[in-house]
Design a protein around this ligand. Structure first.
Ligand code: MN
Length: 164
């Protein structure tokens, strides 16, 4: 999952499947609270090596802004369906083994490109707002402003995505 301060702050959630990163943009980021339903807009697939991209996309290019690798890890599907079947059905249930996000999650399609990302009830569920309590890169420990500073980006704009 990448944290991306582009036109608006969002989190890009990506699952490796079929040789690409199947991707959703999650405006509010993930929640560990099973009562929360987080909008996740399906966006275009990305190449596998993009999963570890952290830096600045130049202003004027698509997605221009600062990108952080907010979480990384592995996942496995729950149930017997293939990823393509689950994607087509509009219900993907999976277990995350990231550095921040763990346990069971569901993505459910509610229309066209609109999905909901939800934590399932298990012992990794919590009321804590993990986007606020764990705001740093899992690769470099930097905040968005630090990435922008190091990589020649817009520091003030990036800083609006960091906790205040
Ligand atoms: Mn993005």
């Amino acid at each position: 999952m990448q944290k991306h301060r582009a036109t608006a702050l969002h989190y890009d959630f990506r699952l490796e499947a079929g040789g690409v990163l199947v991707s959703w943009a999650v405006p509010k980021g993930p929640s560990l609270n099973p009562a929360d339903k987080r909008l996740a807009m399906a966006v275009e697939d990305h190449p596998l090596d993009y999963a570890r991209f952290e830096g600045v996309i130049p202003a004027g290019e698509y997605g221009g802004g600062t990108v952080m690798v907010w979480d990384i890890g592995t996942y496995r599907l729950e149930g017997d369906e293939s990823f393509d079947e689950a994607l087509h059905t509009g219900r993907i249930v999976f277990t995350l083994n990231g550095k921040k996000l763990k346990g069971s999650w569901t993505l459910v399609r509610t229309g066209d490109r609109r999905w909901l990302l939800m934590k399932r009830r298990d012992r990794s569920a919590a009321a804590v707002d993990i986007a606020t309590t764990k705001p740093r890169s899992v690769l470099t420990r930097r905040l968005l402003a630090g990435i922008a500073r190091d990589e020649g980006g817009d520091v003030a704009k990036a800083a609006t995505g960091d906790p205040h």
